[in-house]
Write a protein that binds this ligand. Sequence first.
Ligand code: SAH
Ligand code: DHB
Ligand code: MG
Length: 222
Amino acid sequence: MDQELFSAVDQFVGGTIVEEDEALRGAVAAAEKAGLPAIQVSPPQGKLLQLLVRLVGAKRILEFGTLGGYSAILMARALPKDGRLITLEAQAEYAEVARRSIDAAGVGEKVEIRVGPALEALPGLDEGAGPFDLVFIDADKVNTPTYFTWALEHVRPGGLIVADNVVRDGTLADAEAGDDATKAQRRLHEMLSEDSRVSATTIQTVGAKGYDGFLIALVEPA
Ligand code: SAH
Ligand code: DHB
Ligand code: MG
């Protein structure tokens, strides 16, 4: 592993094709000041989310795991004017930090934060919030398969489900992996191998956040 090199490449990409503006830098600074962990998507990863939002022509997005609002700001910016993003966050203090940064970034009207464990928020989303065009799963990793299963029923055909942190330093390939988060991501892959409702791939990533990866799934027409 050459973490310095991975970070240097992210820096180069960040200095050329993936511009971070004042509001995004402000969101990172506010999160750091409030003591939130610095585990938001990297700028190049965030740009991928933006491209996916635009490619599917998303108008309704659901995010699991708001943290300080970094990925929410990016995805909301990629939405059209009448697009909406709902983001679920368990920690009320994180949600407050995110609310301020999202408003400061000028996308406050597009973004609704629902505070509480995501599992408890899901029934409430059945009341007219969906169907969604894109779901980004980035909360507690042990529940990723559960959130994915829910998303399968709530994303329109042609929509996307994206899950972060599925590779986990390569432990995804380890059948003997002991930690529950890795077991969950392995279970998700095994689950999808038998599910014709989606066509999916996992892309490994290196960068400022180390070695990890995204699972990207397209919901097939019924
Ligand atoms: N998507 C964010 C990063 C999310 S980090 C970004 O890229 O900017 C993961 C977040 O999920 C943390 O804020 C954590 O508090 C939240 N989380 C953890 N368990 C959760 C749960 N059960 N329900 C909702 N949010 C949860
Ligand atoms: C970590 C990274 C993430 O992208 C995330 O959502 C949660 C945790 C981590 O590196 O610990
Ligand atoms: Mg993540």
